[in-house]
Design a protein around this ligand. Structure first.
Ligand code: SF4
Length: 385
């Protein structure tokens, strides 16, 4: 059984550096397709959140005596840029007091074109930020209007410009499968973010998650995602962006090291409401409500609402699926050292019927071809226990 393998025991006892995620739980307004936790700003709420974040770090320190060092950092949400400069000064202070950042730390911040400002850019420049991920979504005003976004394409162009002028690595998020979207419009957005100097592009298909307004009542005229995704793969690769994960393309050496940690089964510590953490094979989640988060930490308790030990077939399938999302795929030697040769055999048997134009096999392991990435969801089904 994987849970009793020597590597697993060794892994769970060792002191390791982690990847740190901070969830900023505020947005200007709620987008109709979004299932991430966020709430509206209101007087005093940001101060309460920052106080609770500091308390969460102190509680973790008290529980574990010493906090792990940080090797990558990601400040996401929500919308980190709705916090003004003075709140950012406080946030930075809290993080600097709480953690030791290892040299070469990659620090990413998510930015909304509607709220990014030169003041924030200056602060980030003085601090440790290395990458800014701008939520462009589309460079067509009609798409942005439909999505209910507060910014227009001109504002996105301006946001990307101030990010690159400041010398940050620019990542741009784009959405495809939008109502009425065609290849021409999609190409315009891809070309626009490349022209703006993005060295990393993430392309996400519009998801219709249950519980969101669009999940419950999908808008009319949704575009078929497959040809748009195929075009992104073709065009971005032609322009020198390597696809290193199902939704992620980067110029050489510019992939997001923080996200790679999630896909390759590394340890991460998530702080803030709704944030997930994974320590070895223990996964946990914080409460998904800001007021609850503040009141639990205020009582001196860790705000964890869920935790589980990942083991057995569930763990093995999950790690196989995550690895196959990436261009590195499942590396046989590493996989069997972690989970045992029998687990690797089980996964390989489940993948046996996948044709070679979708799944590439080499002596080192298996990985999805470009075509395979287009049908990833059907491949995951075959890997489920
Ligand atoms: S701005 Fe981003 S996090 Fe906020 S509601 Fe919209 S999609 Fe969700």
């Amino acid at each position: 059984m994987p849970s009793s393998s020597p590597a697993m025991k060794k892994r769970s006892n060792a002191k390791r550096a982690v990847s740190l995620y901070i969830h900023i739980p505020f947005c200007e307004s709620k987008c109709p397709y979004c299932s991430f936790y966020s709430t509206a700003m209101a007087p005093g709420k940001v101060e309460n959140f920052l106080g609770a974040l500091e308390a969460e770090i102190d509680l973790l320190k008290a529980a574990h005596k010493v906090l792990p060092d940080v090797r990558t950092t990601y400040i996401g949400g929500g919308t980190p840029t709705v916090l003004g400069p003075s709140h950012w000064v406080r946030l930075i202070d809290i993080l600097e007091k709480g953690f030791r950042f290892l040299p070469g730390n990659e620090v990413s911040v998510e930015a909304n074109p509607g709220s990014i400002s030169r003041e924030l850019i200056s602060l980030w420049k003085e601090w440790r930020v290395t990458r800014v991920s701008v939520g462009v979504q589309s460079l067509r005003d009609e798409d942005l209007f439909l999505l209910g976004r507060s910014h227009d394409a001109g504002r996105s162009a301006e946001a990307m410009k101030i990010v690159t002028e400041a010398g940050f690595s620019l990542s741009a998020d784009l959405l495809f499968g939008l109502p009425g979207q065609d290849i021409r419009g999609w190409h315009e957005s891809l070309k626009g973010v490349i022209g703006a100097g993005a060295d990393h592009v993430s392309v996400y298909q519009l998801a219709l998650d249950p519980g969101t307004p669009w999940g419950d009542r999908p808008p009319a005229g949704l575009a078929e995602g497959y040809p748009l995704y195929r075009w992104a793969q073709y065009y971005l690769e032609k322009k020198g962006y390597r696809q290193y994960e199902i939704a992620s393309f980067a110029k050489a050496g510019k992939w997001c090291r923080h996200n790679v940690v999630y896909w390759l089964g590394g340890d991460f510590l998530g702080l803030g409401p709704s944030a997930w953490s994974c320590n070895g094979f223990e996964r946990s989640r914080n409460v998904i409500d800001l007021d609850e988060y503040c009141s639990i930490t205020g009582r001196g308790e860790l705000p964890v609402c869920f935790s589980e030990i990942l083991e057995g077939d569930v763990l093995v399938s999950e790690r196989a699926i995550l690895a196959l999302r990436t261009r590195w795929g499942i590396r046989s030697r590493k996989f069997s050292a972690l989970f045992g040769a029998g687990s690797l055999d089980t996964i390989m048997q489940r993948l046996e019927e996948i044709p070679s134009h979708l799944l590439k096999r080499s002596r080192g392991g298996v990985y999805l071809s470009r075509e395979g990435m287009r049908v990833g969801n059907s491949i995951w089904q075959m890997l489920l226990p």
